[in-house]
Design a protein around this ligand. Structure first.
Ligand code: PMP
Length: 360
């Protein structure tokens, strides 16, 4: 039976990217040696590194005064590496979920942290509004998509101080005005590849701005300048995830780039939220205006809670994978990232409709 993969990350990847990764593992770039066995200083690999950076720049329109880094350690490492690099004494954070909360915890190792607003009071089901961004801070940190709760900040906000964003789960899902941000970072394992590589887009004037003496690997500058030699490789980069990222971004580019990607994502999300709102058995958990285009969270409607396990079994029997909600929200979460085909969303909608018929 065809499986429909709604995992929250790692998650479904474009088939083309997976197929070319399989081929490259056998034979990288016609060298007769597999991708996992080459030296990262071979010219073929240096070309992949340079092209991957160029794909980032082309797709997001990243200006020249920004560096693009591919690091290890996941977004969780950026929770401390970021303040180490750019926090002098104080930063402000918007707390829209547990990932944001974890980022707050790590930033506190480096100075004062002001949580300007939090939606913890309602289990992070909305994005706080009407707060004021303080001006006496080194930066303001947001999480643009809250993977667990299915909320998203849909626009690039204006900030009186350097804006920093964890875009782990919605990067490359829509065009972004990079100029509005000082730093954008995230783990690759949703829209841009498999787990194992972390992207950091940093405005170069922020390098060294904390004034702090940093360990070599923690210092963003290490991965950019002469130290990094060619193509941002100070040390061995995560070759395999970067290769899959390269193929994944080529796929996005071939689809027409981020405007086209956004239209497809909007169509998929509208389809699924439309069914959640229509179907009397289900309700969405996130505030409507803040609904994520990437992670669609829903539960059984009031009075229908007893049907939850039965729907889960039914959905599984129809090939749905990974739709169990995060334990802190319950119910269901369908992650419909870039590479999730619309056919999978249609299959889930059909499954919800058939379940409704069974319970008429
Ligand atoms: N931020 C967000 C928004 C996430 O969804 C996640 C992981 N799901 C993380 C941070 C942590 O990322 P990593 O596992 O790469 O450390």
């Amino acid at each position: 039976m065809k499986k429909h993969n709604f995992n929250a990350g790692p998650c479904v990847l474009p088939r083309e990217a997976v197929e070319s990764a399989i081929e490259a593992i056998r034979d990288f770039d016609g060298t007769g040696i597999g991708l996992l066995e080459i030296s990262h200083r071979t010219p073929g690999w240096e070309r992949v590194m340079a092209e991957t950076e160029q794909l980032w720049r082309d797709l997001l329109g990243i200006p020249d005064n920004y560096a693009v880094l591919f690091l290890g350690g996941g977004a969780s490492t950026q929770f401390f590496e970021l303040p180490a690099n750019i926090m002098k004494s104080k930063a402000a954070y918007l707390q829209t979920g547990v990932w944001a909360k974890k980022a707050v915890k790590e930033a506190k190792f480096y100075g004062d942290v002001e949580v300007v607003a939090s939606s913890e009071d309602k289990n992070y089901t909305y994005i706080p509004k009407g707060y004021k961004i303080p001006t006496d801070v080194d930066y303001f940190h947001i999480t643009t998509n809250n993977t667990i709760y299915g909320t998203e900040i849909h626009t690039d906000m204006d900030s009186p101080v350097t804006l920093v964003a964890d875009m782990s789960s919605d990067i490359m899902s829509r065009p972004v005005d990079v100029k509005k941000y000082g730093v954008i970072y995230g783990g690759a394992q949703k829209n841009v590849g498999p787990a194992g590589v972390t992207f950091v887009i940093v405005r170069k004037d922020l390098l060294g701005s904390s004034g702090r003496k940093l360990q070599t690997m923690v210092d963003y500058s290490t991965h950019i300048g002469a130290e990094a030699r060619d193509n941002s490789m100070f040390n061995t980069p995560p070759v395999f995830p970067i290769f899959v990222m390269h193929e994944t971004l080529k796929w996005v580019k071939n689809l027409g780039g981020l405007e086209a990607m956004y239209k497809i994502n909007k169509k998929k999300a509208d389809l699924l939220y439309g069914e959640i709102d229509r179907n009397p058995l289900f309700v969405g958990t996130a505030a409507k205006e803040d609904r994520s285009l990437m992670n669609v969270c829903f539960v059984m409607a009031p009075g229908k809670e007893a049907l939850e396990a039965e729907f889960m079994d039914f959905a599984k029997s129809q090939g749905m994978v990974g739709i169990k909600g995060h334990r802190s929200v319950g119910g269901f979460r369908a992650s419909i990232y870039n590479a999730c085909p619309i056919e999978s969303v249609e299959a889930l909608v059909k499954c919800m409709q058939e379940f409704e018929q069974k319970h008429k």
